[in-house]
Design a protein around this ligand. Structure first.
Ligand SMILES: Cc1cc2nc3c(=O)[nH]c(=O)nc-3n(C[C@H](O)[C@H](O)[C@H](O)COP(=O)(O)OP(=O)(O)OC[C@H]3O[C@@H](n4cnc5c(N)ncnc54)[C@H](O)[C@@H]3O)c2cc1C
Length: 507
């Protein structure tokens, strides 16, 4: 797997996908499965933005029962199963537990009915899954031990907990890379560190992009019959560069953040608790009101979130401030008083952006709930398909819809295909650092040390690895990528800048 700049500029594509987050990658994978010749460019490294920072829950949409949206719930159940089929070793069952409450919708009797309905509606949830990956039915746990660390925050009337099973994606970086490798084997051409600058248009119709190779600085053009833009927060700039009209497609984004705590607060199940508000709230924090926060056991740590705030501008590099970390930690302390959590328990944070929808008067912005596939012909954008996913979980569902739209544009007949594993039950047991570096550089398009450490391995997923280990990885990568000593230093510096922007405090 190498950076296919030449192929991108010379080949003629049926489809060019702009943006290599999980949504773009799922679209590329699905299109190539359909036998469509597709290319993909990503401004940074693959799945390094929001897609690397989710809470990792691949959910079956239990919450959609509340609104009676059974259609969406069924789609979520199917999506979860598809993920578990694609990567059985990485997408594994995870129990979720919330305390019931005598006084609300969460009362045990209602929750029992909800869990029963959830099991009924998802009766085919385990179809085609490995026996080790089956999702058990939900249940009410009458006497929950989980209450111990959270006892200060859970109301006294609490007696029991509602337990259901979803799945968690472990190592989303590996999942993305394996999807890309699989698409490449089926003829896709992909390249990281290539930014689309503006759309190419012929007779008013979008027919490709002008791009820049960020490694060499060279500009080049890519042509395609259809362009699918999945650039998320990068969309406005791309549109603006093309038409000079910034406002038309501008939208509001929310910054979404999770905290990584070094303690395993509950190793068995993820725990969901209603947020506790203390003191006055500014307008920005309205977004968080009455949200559930989850403590999710992950890789020997706990992921805690998710927090949202309105972003006025999208910076080039997202970061998390100490103030934000303090505020998330304060919420964790309120919800989990017995653990006496301090800043020493914070390993790092994960941050990304999600699109905002317009809420009610007192809650101006909410999280956008629906994915969208925009095929409307705006002035100067004829032929462009613009896609906005809102959930990691729904990526393949959205990709499937996109491939139908693309297929009908190209006159290509849609084929119903069976999901096959791209990452088997056996994970790769490559162990030596030299082997990992060789694979990352030559087979997996790792260009920078961050690509290697953060996405071709799990070393930096929940905290900053030891300096000596980082140096060993940097030297191993240098010998594969032919780096000078100066380049090693600058790559290591960039890696630490990344961790600093995630609130990592070196000890
Ligand atoms: C903190 C947090 C927790 C979350 N938890 C969950 C969860 O538990 N479960 C769940 O289902 N979902 C969750 N989500 C939502 C989920 O992560 C997102 O919906 C999903 O990752 C979005 O993927 P994407 O590919 O659309 O966007 P992105 O990952 O943002 O990808 C867009 C890509 O486009 C690239 N790009 C931009 N401009 C250009 C350009 N000009 N040229 C080339 N490339 C460009 C960017 O570099 C980027 O990589 C969470 C999100 C956050 C932030």
């Amino acid at each position: 797997m190498r950076r296919g700049i030449e192929e991108l500029s010379n080949d003629k594509f049926d489809v060019l996908v702009v943006g290599g987050g999980i949504q773009g990658i799922a679209i590329l994978y699905t299109l190539t499965q359909q036998g469509i010749k597709a290319g993909l460019i990503e401004r940074d490294d693959f799945a390094s933005g929001t897609s690397a920072n989710s809470l990792r829950v691949i959910h079956g949409g239990l919450r959609y029962l509340q609104t009676g949206d059974l259609g969406r719930m069924r789609r979520s159940i199917k999506a979860r199963r598809q993920f578990m089929q694609l990567a059985p070793s990485l997408v594994r069952p995870q129990g979720f537990l919330i305390p019931t409450s005598k006084r609300s919708l969460l009362n045990p009797a209602l929750m029992r009915v909800a869990l029963f309905l959830n099991d009924l509606i998802s009766s085919d949830r385990n179809q085609g899954l490995a026996s080790t990956n089956r999702l058990p039915p939900g249940k009410i746990l009458p006497n929950c031990d989980f209450v111990r660390p959270f006892s200060g925050s859970v109301e006294k009337s609490f007696q029991s907990g509602a337990l259901w099973f979803d799945s968690l994606i472990h190592d989303a970086g590996r999942f993305s890379i394996e999807l890309i490798k699989s698409a490449q084997r089926d003829g896709a051409v992909v390249c990281n560190y290539v930014r689309a600058e503006k759309y190419l248009r012929r007779q008013g119709k979008v027919c490709g992009v002008e791009a820049i190779d960020r490694e060499s600085g060279d500009p080049f053009s890519i042509t395609a019959k259809v362009v699918v833009e999945v650039a998320g927060a990068g969309r406005a700039k791309l549109n603006n560069n093309t038409t000079g009209d910034f406002d038309r497609t501008r939208r509001t984004w929310l910054k979404a953040t999770n905290l990584v705590l070094s303690k395993t607060l509950n190793s068995d199940h993820a725990i969901g608790l209603s947020g506790i508000q203390k003191g006055s709230q500014d307008n920005n924090s309205l977004v968080q009101q009455s949200r559930y926060f989850f403590f999710v056991p992950y890789s020997g740590c706990t992921l805690f979130g998710t927090f949202y705030s309105v972003l006025e501008e999208i910076p080039d590099d997202l970061s998390v401030t100490q103030e934000e970390i303090n505020s998330m930690l304060a919420q964790a302390q309120l919800l989990c008083p017995e653990e006496n959590l301090t800043l020493n328990d914070v390993k790092m944070s994960h941050v990304g952006v999600v699109p905002a929808g317009i809420g009610s008067a007192e809650k101006f912005f909410t999280i956008e709930k629906r994915s969208s596939i925009n095929t409307e012909t705006l002035d100067g954008f004829e032929g462009l398909i613009s896609v906005q996913g809102v959930k990691y979980t729904e990526s393949f569902q959205v990709a499937d819809e996109v491939s139908r739209v693309v297929g009908s544009r190209l006159g290509h007949r849609y084929r119903q295909l069976k999901s096959r594993a791209v990452v088997g039950l056996e994970t790769c047991l490559t162990t030596s650092i030299a082997d990992l570096a060789r694979r990352a550089v030559h087979d997996e398009m790792a260009v920078h040390l961050t690509d290697f450490i953060l996405r071709r391995t799990t070393l930096g997923e929940v905290g900053c690895p030891d300096r000596r280990l980082v140096q060993d990885y940097a030297v191993a990568m240098a010998s594969e990528a032919d780096w000078s000593a100066k380049r090693i230093d600058s790559e290591v510096t960039e890696l630490y800048k990344y961790f600093e922007s995630r609130g990592v405090r070196e000890t």
